[in-house]
Ligand binder design. Sequence first.
Ligand code: SAH
Ligand code: SF4
Length: 405
Amino acid sequence: MTAVSAHAPQPPAETGLAASLTAVERQRILAKSALFAPPTGMLPDGRRDLIGLSREELTEALVAIGEKPFRTKQVWHWLYHQGVTDFARMSSIAKPLQAKLAEQFVIGRPEAATVQTSTDETRKFLFRFRDGQEAETVYIPDRREDRGAVCISSQVGCTLSCTFCHTGTQKLVRNLGAAEIVGQFMAARDSYGEWPSPRGETPRLLSTIVLMGMGEPLYNYENVAKAMKIVMDGEGIGLSRRRITLSTSGVVPMMDQCGSELGINLAISLHAVRNDLRDEIVPLNRKYPIEELIAACRRYPAASNARRITFEYIMLRGVNDSEADARELVRLIAGIPAKVNLIPFNPWPGSAYQPSTREQLAKFAQIVMDAGFASPIRMPRGRDILAACGQLRTESQRERRGLPA
Ligand code: SAH
Ligand code: SF4
């Protein structure tokens, strides 16, 4: 037994208990997530998709067909730096090996079932995966910076039912796999002809990822984490963790793991500052109330003044947009390196809310700014192409079933 000095700081008993409760909760979340697993990367003809494999898995796959492990680096470079989709274009690899790779493997991409470009150049894709399931991806250009963000989905549907969100009306069908998550970014890059990825610091149009599409990324943590490790790999796509933001409705037990393992930026879908209201519009709040969520933000390891946490706040007329709400918001987040994204509600057919008025938005934003937080009002992009998340998929399903719009 180790002697413990009487003066050694002892953690309070609750800390240990709370920590193990969190670990149990995390296990429960991961186990539930496994019930909605994506299909494997194996095609009916026995070939395997190389996209979405970790480096270790890629090595195993190559070794299994009799190749040396050093091939991994070479193949990885072609897949993720050059973005090729055809083994015949891997010019540093001898022809017979190219043929052998093509016999055993494929380089998958989701199929673009619909592509719509808005007058403001926002481009929305509905990607169809191998089993016919579909998810939305949006490219949002930023003209001032000559770059833009790709908004990626993490699940088909969502288990949570936030009352303002169209995706929330769709049942969770399944999680997206790492290949499908990385595939959305790669297919968006294909559509802009943006391969190979930049050498040095040249800004590129598709240089930022926001995990803000359909689904709750922290309820599909393992696939999301695997995909983000692939896009951050410096010998491939090479996105910095500073250029990736994960948006969560507040799955508190997974937030710490996301911070320590991935170190990417965090956005919190806050949307209400009182538990009674948040319980209603973001029902996950009943499980992880505002105080626990804010405490998890305060300890989020990747947060600093240079890398602030974004609090997303959807402005619903007469529901959460009062000046008292704004004052409570700044009180709640005081001391957190943060910015507040005020999002005008984007109505969809059947939704129960109205967007806040311009005047109310401005008043709210002023209170937040006066408290020292940047408070951009994010204008909804691509209104003319059904930008309310989740709508494109519903339209597509309706068409496939032959129903009128
Ligand atoms: N499930 C995660 C990530 C996807 S939803 C989360 O909730 O954070 C991400 C964001 O989509 C929400 O925070 C909200 O800002 C936005 N959103 C959903 N429905 C919207 C609507 N009708 N109008 C405007 N923004 C909406
Ligand atoms: Fe799911 Fe996010 Fe929509 Fe809520 S806002 S229903 S968590 S996708």
